[in-house]
Ligand binder design. Structure first.
Ligand code: ATP
Ligand code: MG
Length: 112
């Protein structure tokens, strides 16, 4: 039987990571492209100091979600809160420099 080895670690403040306040909170995110519902009521939290992945079949909405997180796409519903502040209220061009310093979006590049 597979037994995961990871355990909840303690943060520097002594909080259990599983109960630490989320650094990123996505709430009820919705995105439509005409009649296509790309994201439907998506909610999740990411705690500080955690590395997480997003998986799903083709067309599940992974790229759309990241495009919303980076504000490349406009969300139709919901909120994205980073470090206690809504990213949807920050002008796009200020996101990397202000609220969420260090957060950025990259694209795959083919080697020439
Ligand atoms: N700019 C767009 N205009 C219209 N429809 C779009 C657009 N971007 C995504 N979609 C649609 O939204 C849905 C989610 O697509 P998305 O690219 O986010 O999925 P994905 O999980 O990243 O897929 P893949 O694994 O193939 O990369 C799909 O039905 C897709 O066709
Ligand atoms: Mg994709």
């Amino acid at each position: 039987m597979y037994r995961p080895r990871c355990r909840a670690r303690r943060t520097r403040e002594g909080n259990d990571e599983s109960t630490a306040p989320a650094l990123l909170r996505v709430r009820n995110l919705g995105v439509r492209f005409g009649g296509i519902v790309a994201l439907d009521d998506v909610s999740f939290d990411v705690a500080p100091n955690r590395i997480v992945g997003l998986i799903g079949p083709n067309g599940a909405g992974k790229t759309t979600l990241f495009n919303c997180l980076s504000r490349l796409y406009q969300c139709d519903n919901g909120d994205i809160v980073f470090d206690g502040k809504s990213l949807l209220r920050v002008p796009r061009h200020r996101i990397a420099a202000s609220v969420s310093a260090g957060r950025s979006r990259t694209w795959r590049c083919s080697a020439p």
